[in-house]
Design a protein around this ligand. Structure first.
Ligand code: HEC
Length: 179
């Protein structure tokens, strides 16, 4: 009789333990936080960061130099009249400018700046000028690289300040060679 009670007791315990198991759910979670992490929506508010922890206004990322001249025809003219390429015209700067021009600009403007890049040849992008026809200098080219011009997009994110000047230097050389 005693052993019968024991058996009943053991079976009861087993039923209690196993009855909670749900086959459709994962088994016992050892570190539940790792399985059920809190999911955040992109750009949603978060308790982790609050407004007081945002960078103060005017903060810029390392290596980024803000460009004070405005994005307008007047700004472009001002850049043309006042900006001077701070880099020396050296073989190294021209070589770097050529390399970057090859990566970012030649696809539209063509290797020599004639406005006959691959995209133009395939008629994917039109209205790309021959540099010869444009009244440009290092300052205005810098402005155009920074902000773009009409259908030409900005390249400020691809090129840092130094690189923009190197490319400007190279484009000026291309224009001079086209004459
Ligand atoms: C997707 C094609 C495309 C790419 C890439 C491109 N450009 Fe242009 N670019 C244009 C077009 C189109 C114009 C003519 C814009 C206008 O005058 O309306 C132009 C105009 C210019 C001008 C003449 C601006 C003026 O004052 O008349 C310069 C200089 C120039 N681009 C430099 C560059 C440089 C440097 C790069 C690379 C960093 C570059 N472009 C990349 C399409 C492109």
């Amino acid at each position: 009789m005693k052993s019968f009670v024991k058996i009943i007791a053991i079976v009861a315990v087993l039923i209690t333990v196993t009855s909670c198991h749900n086959k459709r759910e994962r088994n016992y979670h050892f570190f539940p936080n790792m399985y059920e992490s809190e999911g955040y929506e992109t750009y949603s508010e978060s308790a982790v960061f609050n407004a007081s922890e945002l960078p103060v206004e005017g903060t810029i990322k390392r290596g980024w130099m803000p460009f004070e001249i405005e994005n307008s025809p007047a700004g472009k003219q001002f850049a043309k009249d006042s900006l001077i390429n701070p880099l020396k015209t050296t073989e190294a700067n021209l070589a770097k400018g050529k390399e970057l021009y090859g990566v970012y600009c030649a696809i539209c403007h063509g290797k020599k700046g004639k406005g006959d890049g691959e995209l133009v040849k395939r008629e994917k992008f039109l209205g790309v000028p021959d540099y010869k026809t444009r009244d440009i200098n290092d300052g205005s080219i810098y402005h155009v690289i920074y902000y773009g011009l009409n259908s030409m997009g900005s390249h400020a994110a691809q090129l840092n300040e130094n690189e923009r000047w190197q490319v400007s230097m190279y484009v000026s050389k291309l224009k001079a060679d086209l004459k």
